[in-house]
Design a protein around this ligand. Structure first.
Ligand code: GRG
Length: 302
């Protein structure tokens, strides 16, 4: 589909088009392997192929589109980010963390293989993601590649997603107030979503103001995404979610819904969505796909 035709296509078609392209990219980066690493590679593929909304890759690609970045570059960055996201899901599902049997409607990696293989598959997905970003095929300018690597390391590490996960598992977690939950979720979920849009700006060598506007948009979107996640945890079914429902509420965790109630949480998500829209104003109609992503996030059922 041409870029112009895609711009007018239904949002689900747009998301599906990027999802299919990133699926192909991931498959090419991690082909089936025989020999001693065959089982490890199969576990990596199980944890990263055939599933998920591919929201983060979509944000990378559509942010990069704003600056005319060639798809073969943005899809590599999108795949690298999805590899990090998938590693986090594989490790989050392990018995030492959430101990989940189901992810994306299928057995989790440690269930389909074993705990040690799931740990190693996550490790390999994470490590190889940085190799994908560092490859000249992702961007010809080494300085751009270095920034991508550095920013993803920050977003995924102890001052980003892993730090958020550590707070989530800590003793303080149950007593968190609303600002505390916002901080936790900005790290655990928000940091990778913010990187998605930042990656598009970095690939496009955007100016500082444009990069900041996209990162702000993504931070607000990430928070709205997490509030909807909390709502789905209460209201969604295991069938819809493809993973166990009521996980957080069963654990008695403080969430946006616990603090704000269902209606209050919906209102807060809508407020964040409005603010996120404003941050796209300077991009005009070129940012329509990112605007429609906000509606998708608010309405999502999985
Ligand atoms: C184990 C290092 C480490 C981190 C785990 C991301 C994460 C941190 C845990 C996942 C558990 C969870 C439910 C997090 C909250 C929101 C979230 C990130 C949901 C999963 O993302 P989606 O909905 O998943 O984009 P798909 O399957 O569509 O990619």
């Amino acid at each position: 589909m041409t870029a112009a035709a895609l711009q007018d296509a239904p949002f689900e078609t747009q998301l599906g088009e990027v999802a299919a392209a990133v699926e192909a990219q991931l498959g090419a980066l991690m082909p089936d392997a025989g020999g001693p690493v065959g089982r490890l590679r199969a576990a990596m593929r199980h944890g990263s192929l055939n599933g998920g909304k591919r929201l983060r890759p979509f944000l990378v690609v559509r942010s990069a589109d704003l600056f005319g970045v060639p798809r073969e570059r943005s899809l590599r960055a999108a795949a690298a980010l999805e590899m990090v996201h998938c590693y986090s899901l594989v490790h989050d599902d392990l018995p030492a963390m959430d101990d989940s049997d189901l992810r994306r409607g299928r057995p989790t990696v440690h269930r389909a293989f074993d705990d040690a293989t799931a740990i190693l598959a996550g490790d390999a997905l994470l490590t190889e993601a940085f190799g994908v970003l560092a490859d000249p095929a992702t961007h010809p300018d080494a300085a751009v590649r270095c920034r991508l690597v550095a920013r993803l390391a920050q977003a995924a590490g102890s001052e980003g997603m892993v730090g958020g996960q550590a707070i989530d598992l800590s003793d303080e977690r149950h007593g968190l107030d609303l600002p505390g939950i916002e901080r936790l979720q900005a790290l655990k979920t928000g940091a990778l979503i913010a990187f998605a849009c930042e990656a598009g700006a970095l690939l496009g060598e955007a100016g500082e103001a444009q990069r900041e506007a996209l990162v702000d948009y993504a931070r607000l979107l990430g928070l709205a995404f997490q509030i909807v996640d909390d709502l789905l945890d209460v209201e969604g079914t295991t069938e819809e979610l493809g993973k166990p429902a009521q996980q957080d509420s069963d654990l008695g965790k403080a969430t946006f819904v616990v603090h704000l109630g269902v209606e209050g949480a919906r209102e807060r998500a809508a407020e964040l969505a409005d603010k996120a829209r404003v941050r796209l104003d300077s991009f005009g109609e070129n940012a329509d796909a990112l605007r429609r992503t906000i509606d998708f996030v608010l309405a999502r059922r999985s």
